[in-house]
Design a protein around this ligand. Sequence first.
Ligand SMILES: Nc1ncnc2c1ncn2[C@@H]1O[C@H](COP(=O)(O)OP(=O)(O)OP(=O)(O)O)[C@@H](O)[C@H]1O
Ligand SMILES: [Mg+2]
Length: 275
Amino acid sequence: MPESPLYRSGVEVLAFANHKGGVAKTTSCVHLAGALSRAGYRVLVIDADPQAQASYYFAETDEEADADLQDVLVRRTPMDKVITSTRYQHIDLLPATLALAELDMDLVTAAKREEQVTRAIRQVEDRYDFVVIDLPPALSVTVTCCLAASTRVLIPVGTTVWALRSLGSFLGWSSRLRQAEIITAPVLGILPTFYDSRNSIDAEVLSVLRRRRDEDGMPLFDTVVPKRTAAEGQVREHAIVGEVGMHPDLNRAYLAFGDEVLERLGRTTRDADHG
Ligand SMILES: Nc1ncnc2c1ncn2[C@@H]1O[C@H](COP(=O)(O)OP(=O)(O)OP(=O)(O)O)[C@@H](O)[C@H]1O
Ligand SMILES: [Mg+2]
């Protein structure tokens, strides 16, 4: 299988994808960025969702950003002009705005559209060890173009029956894009989220996921993110892993998730330039 051109540059591009809404894509993306930066890596968060929730987490003000990925891809604004710093030294943000909702229509008629996000990331590849992309809940042109630039796909999935069905359809859709050589990134892992140990359906869904891992080799993370109502408060506080304001169970889960991601990529904290 051909590799994403970005493999050769050394930057890992990790996309959080699932067309099912509300499965903790953004939450997992935000905390992974936090965990990677805590491990000493330089991280760029690309918010590719017009809901702009990852941007809300990281932006230094509550005001909508001036520019987004659409400006980079359509108006050819240099990445440097759109990327903003965050309150974290090693995390930068390419913010989203509501205007990003139009990007799909722009990309439909764009030449070589599947190369565009890759080219954008190439502009800044020397500055980051990881690019993490928060995708909207869609199977859209924008999502396809972001996946085409990715080196790995991460799929959060709620431990519900509907989520399990959506996982099957997402894996089918993405494997067709892989066969067409539009996507080259393998799935790094499926992350069970919203797990409620008191609910027997959650336990059943988790055991189905684990059976598929054992019998079919489906890549499943060992980490299971529990359902905790405190997650909403963390959004309000803009708290990310390791910070006051994180629920201890969610903190533990997302630090373990970060460790698992690094381990699966064969990276350690020692690979980083800074601690
Ligand atoms: N472990 C958790 N327990 C309880 N609530 C959670 C948990 N993780 C996330 N949430 C909350 O669930 C909601 C959906 O999470 P999130 O926005 O991360 O999902 P998403 O997949 O990005 O959604 P969308 O598809 O709309 O982009 C948010 O309000 C979030 O704060
Ligand atoms: Mg989201």
